[in-house]
Write a protein that binds this ligand. Structure first.
Ligand code: AQP
Length: 344
């Protein structure tokens, strides 16, 4: 593990409007990692089509995810921003991983079960195979660290299982080709901070999600100040005042969610938020949260709009990023083909 240079990979699906969960669970955390790691941030359009996407919407959402990375402060010159479908090696390695991963592993994936629901015979094969494409995304770049939200933890564990099995299955060939025995790293999930699972504002049992039908449950990154304030005001809470200690949030998912959002936006711990608001009711806390959310999100939204008005610039950035990502990917695939025994 230590022999691998520090490299971050993460991605977001262009499958709808970006929301506060995507921002706090992923995008906001992408930015500081640029100081310590070489970072690759991908718009994972191949993942998006595991459920039907209208082609025009897919394009619009691809620009939106790229604009969000840029607006949040990802530097596309020192690091890499690109869309997955421009680097065909993702699909190639995913196929090889489909042949490494076991059916039983995939059947245990809770995200597939949640998304397929009772309809599992009628969803795409791609939705089932999604985690092996995700493993390919990460391992194509021999990435050591993967910042994601809590919901992706199981997929990251599967990525490690695939890397380990590939290294074991092909140990002899890896040695014969004089590559390091740990050919693929066991990538570390980076699931940190107070908002690794932002919940729906209307239902404390569900995560905030692009595919949520009620727009009142979700704060979108492009919401204006009025919409943000209104959604926070109407967010489900409870009649109790906020506790003074985090223990007091244990059986109060909606309260814990709002405190977590505040903490993450303000770069504070949940305890620091409770030091300030413990004993106060939601009548005091919600307006303070709304003000903070507007203050934090509005500048990013206007920067996103500025990029979205210039799609040519986004396209150039994605193309340049895809060229640079493609160089790394081609190199890995040349090695993988040798290891697997493909001729040519
Ligand atoms: N609610 C959330 N809280 C914290 N992090 C979240 N993420 C998503 N929702 C939350 C993180 O955002 C990154 C990108 O996720 P994705 O777009 O690739 O897929 P997803 O996790 O399936 O997101 P959605 O919004 O729920 O999309 P749909 O509805 O289209 O499936 C990941 O790091 C994820 O953890």
């Amino acid at each position: 593990m230590s022999s691998f240079p520090l490299r971050v990979f993460s991605g977001i699906k262009p499958s709808g409007d970006l929301h506060l969960g995507n921002y706090l669970g992923a995008i906001k955390r992408f930015v500081p990692l640029q100081k310590t790691h070489a970072c690759i941030y991908c718009v994972v359009d191949l993942h998006a089509i595991t459920v039907w996407q209208d082609p025009a919407d897919l394009k619009r959402a691809t620009y939106e995810v790229a604009a969000a990375y840029l607006a949040a402060g990802v530097d596309p010159k020192s690091h890499i921003i690109f869309n997955q479908s421009q680097v065909i090696e993702h699909s190639e390695l995913a196929w090889i991983f489909n042949c490494v991963a076991r059916m039983g592993w995939m059947q245990r994936m809770t995200q597939f079960k949640d998304k397929a629901g009772k309809n599992s015979q009628n969803v795409s094969l791609g939705l089932f195979a999604y985690p092996s494409l995700m493993a390919a995304d990460i391992l194509l770049y021999k990435s050591t660290h993967v910042p994601v939200g809590e919901d992706q933890k199981q997929h990251l564990e599967l990525t490690r299982d695939i890397a380990q099995k590939f290294n074991n299955d092909f140990a002899t060939s890896i040695k014969d080709n004089a590559y390091d025995a740990d050919f693929f790293p066991l990538s570390e999930p980076v699931i940190t901070g107070p908002a690794t699972k932002v919940l729906s504002l209307r239902d404390g049992t569900k995560k905030m999600s692009k595919s949520e039908a009620s727009s009142m449950a979700t704060i979108y990154m492009l919401d204006d100040a009025d919409a943000i304030a209104k959604k926070i005001k109407k967010a489900k809470s409870d009649p109790e005042p906020l506790p003074s200690e985090t223990d007091g949030l244990k059986d109060r998912p909606e309260a814990a969610n709002l405190v977590g959002i505040y903490a993450s936006l303000a770069d504070m711990s949940q305890q620091q938020v409770l030091d300030q608001f413990g004993g106060k009711g939601f009548g005091t806390f919600k307006p303070a949260l709304a003000e903070l959310a507007v203050e934090s999100l509005s500048p990013i939204a206007s920067e996103m709009r500025r990029y979205l008005a210039e799609p040519d610039i986004i396209e150039e950035i994605l193309k340049d990023g895809a060229n640079r990502a493609g160089d790394i990917a081609k190199n890995t695939m040349r090695e993988v083909r040798n290891i697997v025994g493909f001729v040519g």
